[in-house]
Design a protein around this ligand. Structure first.
Ligand code: 5AD
Length: 328
């Protein structure tokens, strides 16, 4: 049996060395086979339908200072916003009108009672627990590191899924792209707490971070399996000029390399995990505005997150250049 046949037969049937070897390969023929195998796994797992989750970027206020992110606390150039609840309710209505089964609230990382209560109310509003609105929508949260108590309160309010990217599974690389007060251990603890609390749990990484190796990326895929993730969201790293990491990035890999590497990571993640939801990240669209999202789906992804944030706010949800500018 070839490695690909083995990978098709069952999940977690590739070794770390095989994953790393494939990722490093420039053999076009091999990649055609890998992408075809990833699509076959999608069919086998009943993941051929693309699931939309309406993305509402509720706030860009952030307490963290991650070295790569455009909405880091230290970026004084970005005007900060928190969308008033009535306006988020209108976005939720728009999701219903479009027939989306789910919405996702995403924002900068804030830990406060006001923040916790705001998402409790919004979650109740979307899931219909607040009263009149039908049909109920499923709620995904992407609100960073919180205490177990907060995760529990949001779960009790009706939230079903939570996305918390680990960013990289390499502790040393993690330390290089985050300020000292950010702890890899706490982030990992949070991913595990979410899983334990019964959330449909997602994590993921950025691809093409300066200093990141092929072996790091192969390890990321093994990490997704070890943590028994239900969802994976990955995207290319895109340098933001108002961040400390961007200077380094200009000297690292080119954007088209990162785009290809992201598509390869999606395919190998599908091949390694089989029955998992994989997001075709919006950052793919930035690198390939015409076809990025579709290429993600073709590579093995099955979830898209169309942006519902009103433009007047979303234009400042500037995680990376290009993110804020292409909205419906
Ligand atoms: N390039 C690509 N992705 C980024 N994110 C933040 N900054 C960047 C960037 N410069 C991603 C992180 C975070 C998610 C919300 O956005 O992975 O978890």
């Amino acid at each position: 049996m070839t490695a690909l046949e083995r990978a098709l037969a069952a999940p977690k049937n590739l070794t770390f060395d095989e994953l790393a070897g494939m990722l490093a390969s420039e053999d076009e023929g091999l990649w055609r086979e890998i992408f075809a195998a990833a699509r076959e796994v999608k069919v086998k797992c009943g993941k051929t339908e693309t699931l939309p989750r309406g993305l509402i970027e509720t706030s860009n206020v952030c307490a963290k200072d991650c070295l790569y992110c455009g909405i880091r606390k230290g970026n004084a150039k970005v005007p900060r916003y928190l969308i008033p609840e009535e306006e988020v309710a209108a976005c939720i209505d728009e999701a219903r009108r479009r027939g989306y089964p789910a919405v996702a609230f995403q924002a900068g990382e804030i830990e406060s009672e006001a923040n916790t209560a705001y998402y409790e109310r919004l979650t109740a509003c979307a899931t219909g627990r607040a009263g009149s609105m039908t049909p109920p929508l499923e709620v995904t949260l992407s609100l960073g590191e919180q205490t177990e108590e907060v995760y529990r309160r949001w779960k009790d309010a009706g939230a079903m899924r939570y996305l918390l990217r680990i960013e990289t599974s390499n502790r040393e690389l993690y330390a290089k792209i985050h300020p000292a007060e950010c702890s890899f251990e706490r982030r990992l603890w949070c991913v595990r707490a979410l899983k334990r609390l019964g959330y449909v749990t997602g994590s993921g990484v950025m691809i093409g971070i300066p200093g990141q190796t092929i072996r790091d990326l192969a390890n990321d895929i093994v990490f997704f399996g070890d943590e028994r993730l239900d969802m994976v969201g990955m995207g290319p790293y895109i340098e933001h000029p108002e961040t400390p990491l961007s200077e380094l990035a200009r000297r690292s890999s080119e954007h088209d390399v990162r785009l290809d590497l992201t598509l390869r990571m999606i395919a190998l993640t599908r091949l390694y995990l089989h029955d998992v939801n994989i997001v075709a990240a919006t950052a793919l669209e930035v690198l390939d505005p015409e076809g990025g999202r579709n290429r993600g789906i073709e590579a093995g992804a099955n979830v898209i997150m169309p942006v519902l944030t009103p433009r007047k706010y979303g234009c400042n949800y500037d995680l990376y250049p290009g993110k804020a500018h292409d909205r419906s």
